[in-house]
Design a protein around this ligand. Structure first.
Ligand code: ZN
Length: 166
């Protein structure tokens, strides 16, 4: 995420893959990796429309090897426009996803990066069957370096797709 923002003056983002465990007292989120916006994504300094067909195709590949890994959310950046909050469009879009019957999990995580130097992204939790959402406290987040087993393959597929579609 840090690298892709550093070299871009447009909004960037991707599908977050990992797991969300929801018990009575806590929600444990584990983000393993993300899928790029895709070769046909439309980007500007104020908007990002991801290439969903491409992302779903890659998601299927990942899940065929790691069925325990799910599409759990979206990250995107406002580093190109400085907005430190989710837009009304963002909120509506995330609500639509988590309420969709095809989305099977009870929670949906939205990470928002607002600064080019990355620091910590803001994190928001959306819920199935609820119209509100929560901002998650920064001090509840743990960021650690780890390598998802398919990371190298994902990077290669993304490079390949960009070469092919351009
Ligand atoms: Zn946004």
């Amino acid at each position: 995420m840090r690298k892709s923002i550093a070299r871009s003056y447009e909004e960037h983002g991707g599908l977050l893959l990992g797991s969300i465990q929801n018990s009575d007292h806590q929600i444990v989120v584990n983000v393993e990796t993300y899928i790029d916006p895709g070769p046909s994504a439309r980007k500007s300094t104020i908007a990002l429309y991801m290439d969903y067909d491409y992302q779903v195709a890659l998601l299927k590949v990942v899940r065929s090897f790691h069925p325990d890994v799910h599409y759990i959310g979206i990250w995107h950046s406002h580093h190109s426009n400085g907005a430190t909050y989710l837009s009304a469009e963002d909120i509506r879009y995330f609500q639509d996803i988590v309420q969709d019957d095809q989305y099977k999990l009870d929670n949906f995580l939205a990470l928002l990066v607002t600064e080019r130097d990355f620091s910590y992204p803001s994190a928001f939790m959306f819920y199935k069957d609820r119209s509100d959402y929560d901002e998650i406290e920064v001090n509840h987040k743990v960021i650690r370096d780890c390598n998802f087993p398919m990371e190298d393959l994902l990077v290669k597929l993304e490079d390949l797709a960009i070469v092919r579609w351009k």
